[in-house]
Design a protein around this ligand. Structure first.
Ligand code: PMP
Length: 405
């Protein structure tokens, strides 16, 4: 058996997608034109499948902060946070985030993936239990594999199922840590966090919330679902990323837990990788400062969400149940979804093609996402192109007058 023969499922999926003329894993952005537009296959294309929720990738102040730091601190730290990789700004960003969440402690990681990997695998020990939502992101599943705790899954967004599963652990002496996400990255739905917190506390467990897609998006000041649901003071750990609303890269963990700093010498995905480039840290500090100074930035995002979500729904598509910057257009048939994805790209619209087994419940999705930097015209164009492709491929019914003609 060849070394790579076991990747049969991935090979088949890729072949199936390619047979529809699509190559979603091979898209190349030839030139980035703005936060919402790039040249792909020589065509100016609207980017409606990024996570650039506040459009900070091209914010002039963030760019300026990064440029200045590039000049003063160089291109990289060439070391980990516990060796030569903690610069002034890494510590300052940790303080900024602790202040933003009103928590005592923060650790900054090199990616959001590593923040989950590190936090979850280190917090839960060999006699402990991780009780995770079944639709958890890969970083949460991988954290479970890296750690040594017993892992139990509960039904997606189902507090009653969580209650049952925690109930069965009542006589177990180990610590229990519940892990949920704020907004889920594929379907765009968000956790019923108030209910989850109540169930968690009833059973004396801890709760960690990954606000990757909800920081800078939900809550009055942008803290995420913890703020939207008014439970910040009851949540034990929050992880998040700088690769979405913050427009850069990196991740974090905040908490009030006693003895937090011991994690810095116990958490391997923090200890054994190089720290963030200082220019990136500077741009994230600027994005966070801008969000804090002007939480009204989120209003533009939500106005834009209305345009895309309501537009796609009015056109006749089945969209995710909860309105938010991730707008999941359900196609169900993977081959049809791949053809639709390709047709959108040919018409200047880039979205994410999400196929089983990567998608929850095995559904095929055109995962669209909204940015505050999109113009109304861009989003209207996305809705128009989606509708045209939907009709052409028989996903949407052809209007009666068109049939008569
Ligand atoms: N958590 C969730 C829910 C995510 O969707 C992602 C990225 N898609 C991550 C964590 C990892 O973030 P990063 O890109 O910073 O590694």
């Amino acid at each position: 058996m060849g070394l790579l023969d076991r990747f049969k499922a991935q090979r088949e999926l890729h072949a199936q997608v390619k047979s529809c003329g699509a190559d979603p894993f091979g898209v190349k952005m030839e030139k980035i034109l703005s936060a919402t537009e790039a040249l792909i296959e020589g065509r100016p294309t609207i980017l409606c499948g990024s996570n650039n929720y506040l459009g900070f990738t091209f914010d002039a102040d963030c760019i300026e902060a990064a440029k200045e730091t590039l000049d003063t601190c160089g291109t990289g730290t060439t070391g980990s946070r516990i060796a030569n990789g903690s610069y002034h700004d890494h510590k300052a960003l940790e303080q900024d985030l602790a202040d933003f969440y009103g928590m005592k402690h923060c650790m900054v990681f090199t990616t959001g993936y590593q923040a989950n990997l590190g936090a979850i695998s280190t917090l839960a020990g060999p006699n402990d239990f991780l009780i995770i939502d079944a639709d958890s992101h890969a970083s949460i599943y991988d954290a479970c594999k890296l750690g040594s705790a017993t892992v139990i899954r509960f039904k997606h967004n189902d507090p009653a199922d969580l209650d049952r599963r925690l109930g069965r652990l009542a006589n177990e002496p180990g610590n229990k840590i519940v892990v949920v996400e704020g907004i889920y990255s594929m379907l765009g739905d968000h956790a019923p966090l108030k209910e989850f917190v109540a169930v968690t506390k009833k059973h004396g467990a801890y709760i960690l919330v990954d606000e990757a897609h909800s920081m800078g998006v939900m809550g009055k000041t942008g803290q995420g679902v913890v703020e939207h649901d008014g439970v910040l003071d009851q949540v034990d750990f929050i992880t998040g990323t700088f690769s979405k609303s913050m427009g850069a890269i990196g991740g974090f963990l905040v908490s009030n837990i006693e003895d937090f700093d011991i994690l810095r010498v116990a958490c391997r995905p923090y200890m054994f990788t190089a720290s963030l480039p200082p220019a990136t840290v500077a741009s994230v500090r600027k994005s966070l400062a801008k969000l804090r100074a002007n939480p009204g930035l989120m209003q533009k995002l939500w106005d834009n969400v209305d345009t895309l979500y309501e537009g796609a729904r009015a056109a006749g598509f089945t969209v995710g149940a909860q309105k938010g910057p991730v707008v999941a257009v359900h196609i169900n048939d993977p081959a049809l979804a791949a053809r639709a994805w390709r047709a959108l790209l040919l018409n200047g619209v880039y979205v994410n093609l999400a196929l089983p087994p990567a998608t929850p419940s095995g559904t095929a999705l055109l995962r669209c996402s909204v940015s505050a930097a999109h113009t109304k015209e861009q989003l209207q164009s996305v809705v128009d192109v989606l509708s045209g492709v939907g009709r052409e491929l028989g996903i949407l019914p052809t209007p009666a007058h068109a049939v008569a003609a």
